[in-house]
Ligand binder design. Structure first.
Ligand SMILES: NC(=O)c1ccc[n+]([C@@H]2O[C@H](COP(=O)([O-])OP(=O)(O)OC[C@H]3O[C@@H](n4cnc5c(N)ncnc54)[C@H](OP(=O)(O)O)[C@@H]3O)[C@@H](O)[C@H]2O)c1
Length: 278
């Protein structure tokens, strides 16, 4: 099956490089991007298309086995890109949108065939993405397997119902940003109390953070298990974990309140733009 990737930015490039190097593509890999400069440096074996229509006619038009077209553009560009390629796709083409805010309902106003939404995480760069996927009701088992085989090139795949993709995105796609900002604050605070060089503080915390995650995954430990193991009653660690459990919940609640509100507003804006002259 041929694979088309429209938009060669952060996500499009990552998907192209991972799929191309995996050897899992059974057909050709085709890319297009608005600006041509980004397409100068593409993996060998990948074909650069003249434009999106050229890509759609190569990947999506075959009546024998139309391919998968990944839409790796920002939400503001999604409607125009899909409108441009939809007339060239066969009714059996499989369109994959990388955006969580644009619903199947909105996409179906332009392309009414097989559609999936895929949300990778930046951790895909090290093949550790927890990639979210959800399907509209037209996608059958064979296409699911085909897509998930490709997504497995850069990590695990988690299927969610469409109404949970928003919160799911907070947990896997936004989470690297949340995690590093929390540990940035912790490191900055630690640096005020030590003469250990800042870069060494960061390295110590980062290695400990990664190793703690591995420890929990490998030994099947819960957060509580780790806290109990490290924070002995009346000891120094317990003094610190008490502060976190007493003070941090309000910050965490505020974080999700703000991000979910922003997500709701983004979805409303996207809906309005899709409904304009639809
Ligand atoms: N970044 C993440 O961590 C992440 C995670 C999960 C999901 N997503 C979603 O993935 C999508 C892409 O995000 P991104 O971070 O990869 O964005 P990005 O880096 O800005 O890349 C978007 C690309 O789309 C191209 N483009 C725009 N309009 C186009 C058109 N009409 N035809 C062809 N190409 C066009 C842009 O080309 P130019 O070179 O001309 O600008 C750019 O290279 C978004 O919907 C985002 O919400 C992102």
């Amino acid at each position: 099956m041929d694979i088309g990737i429209i938009g060669y930015g952060s996500m499009g490039r990552m998907i192209t490089e991972k799929i191309a190097s995996s050897g899992k593509a059974t057909g050709g890999i085709f890319v297009s991007n608005r600006s041509k400069e980004k397409l100068r440096d593409i993996p060998s074996g990948v074909t650069v298309c003249e434009n999106n229509r050229d890509l759609a006619s190569r990947v999506g038009a075959s009546d024998t086995k139309p391919g998968i077209v990944f839409l790796c553009v920002r939400p503001a560009d999604l409607k125009s890109v899909l409108s441009e390629i939809a007339p060239l796709l066969s009714s059996d083409s499989f369109v994959v949108s990388l955006n969580g805010s644009i619903t199947f309902d909105m996409l179906s106003k332009i392309f009414s065939g097989k559609t999936a939404k895929v949300i990778p995480s930046v951790t895909a760069e090290v093949d550790r993405s927890q990639t979210l996927v959800c399907y509209n009701d037209k996608v059958g088992d064979e296409d699911r397997q085909e897509l998930e085989k490709l997504l497995c090139c850069f990590g695990n795949v988690i299927e969610l119902p469409e109404n949970e993709v928003g919160m799911g995105s907070e947990l896997v796609s936004c989470m690297p940003g949340f995690i590093v900002s929390i540990f940035d604050v912790i490191c900055s605070s630690a640096e005020k109390h030590t003469s250990i060089p800042d870069d060494q503080v960061v390295k110590m915390v980062l290695q400990t953070m990664c190793a703690t995650g591995e420890l929990m995954l490998q030994k099947n430990m819960s957060f509580e298990d780790v806290v109990t193991r490290v924070a002995t009653k009346g000891g120094i660690t317990e003094e610190g974990t008490k502060v976190v459990y007493e003070e941090f919940p309000d910050t965490a609640d505020l974080l999700f309140k703000k991000t979910l509100e922003k997500r709701r507003m983004t979805a409303e804006k996207a809906r309005a733009s899709f409904e304009e002259d639809a």
